[in-house]
Design a protein around this ligand. Structure first.
Ligand code: URA
Length: 186
């Protein structure tokens, strides 16, 4: 059987490689399987756990608004998370949980082959650029030494912006910068 996103989805349902899989439902990424842009969050929350889909709660609504603000729809992009199961009470994922789930994310990246990766928040950023903070990196495109031709464009996590007007404004500004970057590449 060829390795596809559907195949990953089916395999993830059987996977018990992380303790979180005992208490939560698997949530793989979703969207355009050939997307040029991949957004990567932290881990599913309650709504995502219930529906088995990424970014369908309040943070997801804001992400949809941000996408629409620059003329994109969810179907145009691919949306995923570092951790594939909801941590109890939405606590931060541990390093061990992030490490254990990483092969799933790497498989998604290998299949979708995005040109641009947008880590949302510090947990996703930490995988790509471990030596830089989200405060310094957000809104600025960066090249990766180990991923030829892929640009990383870090952003604040939409959940962090839900109750913080300043971060919300930064996120919309960063999406505007993302639009300008995309236009400059086409
Ligand atoms: N926060 C995340 O990081 N991911 C989701 O899917 C939802 C909220």
């Amino acid at each position: 059987m060829p390795i596809t996103l559907d195949y990953l989805q089916a395999r993830l349902k059987e996977w018990k490689g992380v303790e979180l899989a005992r208490t939560a439902n698997p949530v793989l990424g979703e969207g355009n399987p050939h997307a040029d842009i991949m957004f990567i969050g932290e881990a599913p929350g309650q709504k995502e756990n219930e529906q088995g889909r990424p970014f369908v709660g309040a943070a997801g609504k804001l992400l949809n608004e941000l996408l629409e603000s620059i003329g994109l729809k969810r179907d145009d992009v691919y949306i995923s998370n570092v951790v594939k199961y909801r941590p109890p009470q939405n606590r931060d994922p541990t390093d061990q949980e992030k490490q254990a789930c990483l092969p799933w994310l790497l498989a998604e990246i290998a299949l979708v082959q995005p040109r641009l990766i947008v880590p949302l928040g510090r947990h996703a950023l930490g995988h790509f650029l471990p030596d830089i903070t989200i405060t310094n990196a957000h809104g600025k495109p960066q090249k990766l030494m180990n991923m030829d031709g892929v640009t990383v464009f870090p952003m604040y996590h939409p959940a962090a912006a839900l109750y913080n007007g300043g971060l919300r404004e930064s996120l919309f500004d960063d999406f505007t910068a993302l639009r300008a970057f995309l236009d400059s590449q086409s």
